[in-house]
Design a protein. Structure first.
Length: 320
């Protein structure tokens, strides 16, 4: 089986196919997307060794559930134990024994095949193409903000960042009718944010120093340790800062602002796939704008180089 594996170094390998785990489905991967978390893992984030990748579309080729065989699917990336309180409530995202596809204890999607529990797999409707399906996982993460924080049409909301996750956050928040501002580092990407529904966009280096405590809610999606400092500098007293970035390393922070201004900081991670699947068919043309490169799996090392380049957006690996 061809795969991109990380063992301290990123390598393209061709190994024997690992057997399907009990109670799980074997999925032949059609295509997969490289995200910032994958780039951070290569730099040491999460201390993960194995096959990378968690954004995928595939087809079920083996399963103990015969109704799944032949289905085109996406997959919830958190595989829970199935018996703890969190799993019993139908939410394995915080199961303490969970494995996470391509991130924690489970080989991921940058391979010809992957294995996930049957309950993690969700059929992809015909109205969603393979490439649009790549965005189910990250768009679900963006929509998760709206499950955690009440965003009203009267709210002044800022997004810090203009990369691929930030753009999906803009797409999600624009549905609320709030006044939405985006601060980034790339004029071309900020134009995409404008087209995705932002009311105003500006280069962070010139606009942020003049803002003061201006926003009710600030979403930090820059992928940079400096993003949180920026967010704390522009949120109103008693406002909310939502953290979407994951990165390797320690973030230094002056916490006195949080205390004095009585701020709420919300960590935000994975979202519900069904919410994203319901919305994505109406967003296909917009999402296609976020794809900057396509590579074969065999050319995966070059794909990672392209994904790490300044200005890159979504890089897709064509696998099947």
């Amino acid at each position: 089986m061809r795969a991109l594996r990380f063992d301290g170094n990123l390598k393209f390998v061709n190994d024997a196919l690992a057997p399907r785990r009990d109670g799980e489905a074997l999925v032949q991967v059609i295509c997969a997307g490289i995200c910032n978390t994958d780039l951070e893992i290569v730099m040491g984030y999460a201390n993960f060794h194995g096959t990378l990748g968690h954004e995928f579309v595939g087809r079920v080729v083996e399963s103990s559930d015969g109704s799944l065989i032949g289905k085109r699917v996406v997959g919830e990336i958190n595989a829970g134990c199935g018996i703890c309180d969190e799993c019993a409530r139908g939410d394995s995202r915080h199961c303490v024994a969970r494995t996470v596809l391509g991130i924690k204890g489970r080989d991921g999607a940058f391979a010809e095949f992957l294995s996930l529990p049957n309950r993690n797999l969700i059929s992809l409707p015909d109205s969603i193409s393979d490439e649009t399906g790549i965005f189910v996982e990250p768009f679900a993460a963006a929509l998760n903000i709206l499950e955690q924080v009440s965003v009203e049409s009267a709210d002044q909301v800022a997004v810090i960042g203009d990369g691929k996750l930030a753009q999906l956050v803009v797409l999600a928040l624009s549905r609320t009718g709030c006044s939405l501002s985006v601060f980034g580092k790339h004029a071309a990407k900020l134009q995409i944010s404008k087209e995705f529904g932002a009311n105003s966009v500006a280069l962070e280096s010139t606009a942020v120093p003049q803002m003061g405590n201006h926003f009710d809610i600030v979403i930090e999606a820059s992928g940079s340790p400096a993003g949180l400092t920026t967010a704390l500098g522009i949120v109103k007293p008693r406002g909310v800062v939502v953290l979407k970035s994951t990165h390797h390393g320690v973030t230094s922070l002056e916490m006195s602002q949080v205390v004095v201004n009585e701020l709420t900081i919300v960590g935000s991670r994975c979202g519900r796939f069904h919410n994203a699947i319901a919305v994505l068919p109406s967003c296909e043309n917009q999402l296609s704008r976020l794809i900057s490169h396509r590579f074969s799996l065999d050319d995966g090392l070059h794909a990672f180089e392209a994904a790490a380049e300044r200005g890159a957006m979504k890089v897709i690996l064509q696998i099947d």
